[in-house]
Ligand binder design. Structure first.
Ligand code: NAI
Length: 302
């Protein structure tokens, strides 16, 4: 997308093949959504179990599409085989973009981003799906920060239509355009937002989160809160949402955003999500959070 007068015009920036780092909740969803929209993916994780879960999730979503009559079995098979799992960086030398979706930890992300930059072509655009870390700060790990962009998806990736695109101070327009174009190819609506704690959507969601944990401290039952908010019309209540996001990720995001806007968003007490994150009670991905979950035949927690 290039500026033209007051508006923007799309320039050619087609993504033929993508790399995804991390096969977790987000990485698995990003790989599936890319592949089902016709952009093959190589998906890397450090754990075989995580790769198996990521591929298992794609298989589950494809089976659902087949059952609903949206695609045929042969198309589903072709999509699944266009997601190539790897524990190494196999295939990363031929991707147009890399989307990093590993653990929300600044130092880990910096070292992994620096590593992947050495393994891709100089023209490859590297994107981070961070929820809360500074794109400017992450970009300092790179030799080519001009090719580094924030690409923030929402969970579940296959269902959520918005993608925040975040330019760091050194990101070039072409790199941001390629990421916006890739988001559109995945059927998403990209929105360019500022590089600030929580970007745009999570700043708004955090105010809701603060009210939720305050209600819990005041003695409200989380099941009742979920039920009321679902009756109100939300697709899921705030407690169940925390289980879907994952307490570790959520708690980290809340810490970064409340620290970033201490004058406006304060919690000031040890809240339930922080306690569960400490106890590694992460939600769906660990089998228990506010609610308990059971593994299905694929090992994925329902
Ligand atoms: P997750 O815990 O489900 O998955 C993280 C995956 O990264 C794990 O499979 C882990 O094995 C893998 N990993 C760790 N180090 C790695 C490395 N060096 N190389 C390759 N893979 C590695 O986490 P989740 O929820 O998918 O979050 C990933 C990122 O997406 C975080 O930055 C998070 O803030 C962001 N995000 C999360 C959302 C959510 O609702 N969970 C929403 C939007 C963004």
């Amino acid at each position: 997308i290039k500026k033209k007068g007051k508006g923007y015009t799309t320039i050619a920036c087609k993504v033929e093949r993508a790399g995804v780092l991390g096969a977790g909740i987000m990485g698995g969803g990003i790989a599936y959504t890319s592949a089902v929209r016709g952009v093959p993916v190589v998906m890397k994780d450090i754990a075989q179990g995580a790769l198996d879960l990521g591929i298992g999730e794609a298989r589950r979503l494809l089976a659902k599409q087949v059952t609903q009559g949206r695609i045929g079995q042969s198309r589903a098979d072709a999509v699944l085989s266009s997601i190539e799992p790897t524990l190494e960086f196999n295939g990363f030398d031929s991707v147009d973009v890399v989307v990093e979706a590993i653990v929300e930890n600044l130092n880990v992300k910096k070292s992994v981003l620096a590593d992947v930059e050495r393994r891709v072509q100089p023209s490859t655009v590297i994107a981070t799906n961070t929820s809360s870390l500074s794109v400017a700060e992450l970009g300092t790990a790179l030799v080519r920060p001009e090719n580094f962009v924030g690409m923030h998806f929402f969970n579940p990736v296959a269902a959520m239509p918005l993608v925040e695109v975040i330019k760091g101070p050194k990101t070039c327009d072409e790199a941001a355009a390629r990421i916006a174009g890739y988001a559109m190819a995945m059927g998403k609506t990209p929105v360019v937002v500022k590089d600030c704690p929580g970007f745009l959507v999570n700043r708004i969601l955090t105010t809701q989160f603060v009210s939720f944990v305050t209600l819990l401290r005041d003695g409200a039952d989380f099941r009742r809160i979920d039920q009321v908010m679902e009756d109100f019309g939300w697709p899921m209540g705030p407690a169940y949402l925390q289980d879907v996001i994952g307490m570790d990720t959520s708690n980290h995001v809340i810490e970064v955003i409340t620290a970033g806007y201490g004058d406006r968003m304060k919690i000031g007490f040890r809240h339930a999500v922080a306690v569960m994150a400490e106890q590694k009670r992460y939600g769906q991905k660990s089998g228990a959070g506010f609610y308990r979950y059971e593994a299905d035949a694929n090992g994925r927690l329902q």
